[in-house]
Each structure stands twice: as C-alpha cells, then as structure tokens.
Design a protein around this ligand. Structure first.
Ligand SMILES: [Zn+2]
Length: 317
C-alpha cells in the first residue's frame, strides 16, 4: 500500500531505508545534528554516521515527526546504556579507519559494545587509525574455524591485518567470553603491527626480505620492542606469541573485559578469563606463565573460565 508522504520526515525515512546511500544519509544527519547544537568529531565520516543511525518517521495521526535513531546494540537505546550522544559520536570517530563492514551477528554486536563501553579497546584499536598508520585493520567473519577457535588473526599482507571471527563458535560462549576472544585477536594484530613498524615493511615474509632488511628488522625489534624480540627470537617456538601474550598482555585483556562488563565482578574474574587461549599452546605443552602458577591458582582460573567465559550472560545473538 502506498500512503504517500505527509512530511519531510517520511521522505527521509523512505529515501534512506535499508542503508542504500549511507554517505548521503550521514551528510543529512550531520547537518541535522549540527543544526541542533550537537558537535560532530571532524574525523567521523558521513558513511559511519549513516551506518550507525537511521531516520524514522513517527506517526502521530495526522502528522509525523522525524527522529534520528541509533542502530542499537542488543536492541538498547544509548540512554539505556547510560551513554551520551556526544560521547558515542566521539567513540565512533575511533572506528574510522577500521574496516568492520564484514562483521555480522554476535561478532558485530560484541565489537560495537566493546567500542562503546571499553576505553582500553578503543585505545588498542586507535593504534591502527590515524593519518600514517603502520597497518590497517579489517574484521571479517569466518564460520568455518575449528571448534574452540573463536577467531584468527592473519599475518600482515600489504599493510593490512585481517581478523576473522567465527559466529558459529562465538555462539558457544558468553558475551564477555566473546569480548575476551575479540580482545585476544586485537592483541595478535597489535603484535603484528609492532613487528611491521620495526620492519618498516607491509608484510613479514622474511624470506623475501634482503639480508640487510632482515638484519635491520631484528635490530629494530630488539631496540624498540625487547619483550617481543625475546619471545620471537631468543626463545623462539612456533607458538611464541601466545607465550608473549600470557606473560605481558593478560592485564590489557582483563582491563577490556572489566570495562565491557561494567565492573560487575571482582577484578580477579577478569584477570582469570583473560587466560582463555593462553594456557595450552599445543597438545601437551602449556605456556610458561601458566606452568608458573600454583595448582590453587590454576583451579580458580579454570572455574572462572567455566562460569564466566563459557557460561554466563548472553545477549548478543
Ligand atoms: Zn591466539
């Protein structure tokens, strides 16, 4: 049934339905926001605005009113999440250079919630942003990852690092488990980013480097990122980066999880679930950091992983 247009609101609603022209939609939104005294960060593109908000004409009998609505996380309004519009727009600006257009379902929901709620996550993501980033970050979905593999971070190619997340596997864990899984992959990407910056190259295919390039790479790595160099070179093992993460990055993952969860649990819970993926490196081999724990600590971590990572609140589906 065609009901015709009664107002400008109806026109905008129809014109920009189904994300057909997010850039133009975002341009109109930008003007509308600014006209209403809301400041928009300069880095925030019209495309992003158009992707995260939509026009809605609300019917009031003989007339309709235009609203701009947020493409909500888990169906909640920004106000219900206790987030101001300005703060949210500020956060969105961090997201500019990161390609999340391939994200869907639970991975998308958790990513957006992370970006909105966790300062630690935004900071980690922000390093891939900026005018001269060493590397660009891209998220995709890969639902064919093996059981228990929630995500994978591919080695850099042409200055791009791609993180693939599996919605099939994320379905088996809690929302906060998913947040830990995404943070875990972002740390992998961050380690690659540091290596690219030491190599001054867009990939880490050392076989194709010249001998001098390889020497320069190792020297920069040792000077700029000694902890990384230690695990990558001095104590090399095929799963070296999980050893490195278990030793040096768990508290960052815990910070991100804690902010994502609004401090609902004791700090210990977040520290413990950050161990996901960092205990067992391969069949029969544990990480060095895990083997250094007492039996009591290991048991507490396993219990918290079971209660909060594998089970627990699940609203992002
Ligand atoms: Zn990993």
């Amino acid at each position: 049934m065609v009901i015709g247009f009664r107002s400008f609101g109806d026109v905008l609603d129809a014109l920009y339905a189904n994300n057909v022209a997010v850039g133009k939609e975002g341009q109109v939104m930008r003007d509308y926001f600014i006209a209403n005294g809301i400041s928009i960060p300069l880095e925030l593109s019209n495309e992003t605005l158009g992707r995260y908000f939509y026009f809605e004409a609300v019917d009031y009998g003989t007339e309709s009113i235009l609203r701009i609505r947020y493409n909500g996380i888990i169906g909640l309004e920004l106000s219900q999440l206790g987030i101001s519009l300005e703060a949210f727009l500020e956060n969105l600006a961090y997201d500019e250079q990161i390609d999340v257009s391939g994200l869907t379902g639970k991975a998308k929901c958790i990513y957006e919630k992370l970006l909105t709620l966790s300062e630690g996550f935004r900071k980690a993501i922000q390093k891939f942003d900026g005018e001269f980033p060493v590397s660009h970050l891209k998220f995709e979905i890969n639902n064919t990852l093996p059981v228990g593999n929630y995500g994978i971070t591919k080695p850099p190619e042409g200055y791009n690092i791609t993180i693939e997340m599996s919605n099939n596997q994320l379905a088996n864990i809690s929302d906060i488990g998913g947040a830990v899984a995404i943070a875990h992959e972002v740390i992998h990407a961050e380690i690659y980013r540091k290596m690219l910056s030491a190599a001054q190259k867009g990939d880490l295919n050392l076989g194709q480097y010249t001998t001098q390039n390889r020497i320069d790479f190792m020297n920069s790595l040792r000077d700029d990122f000694p902890g990384l160099y230690d695990y990558y070179w001095e104590r090399y093992h095929p799963t070296w980066n999980h050893n490195l993460m278990a030793q040096h990055y768990r508290s960052i993952i815990a910070d991100i999880a804690q902010q994502f969860d609004n401090n609902l649990q004791d700090r210990q819970v977040y520290e413990d679930i950050a161990w996901a993926g960092l205990r067992v490196l391969e069949v029969g081999i544990n990480s060095i950091a895990w083997d250094n724990l007492t039996n009591t600590e290991q048991q507490r971590i396993l219990t918290n992983l079971s209660n909060f990572f594998h089970n627990g609140s699940n609203r992002c589906n």
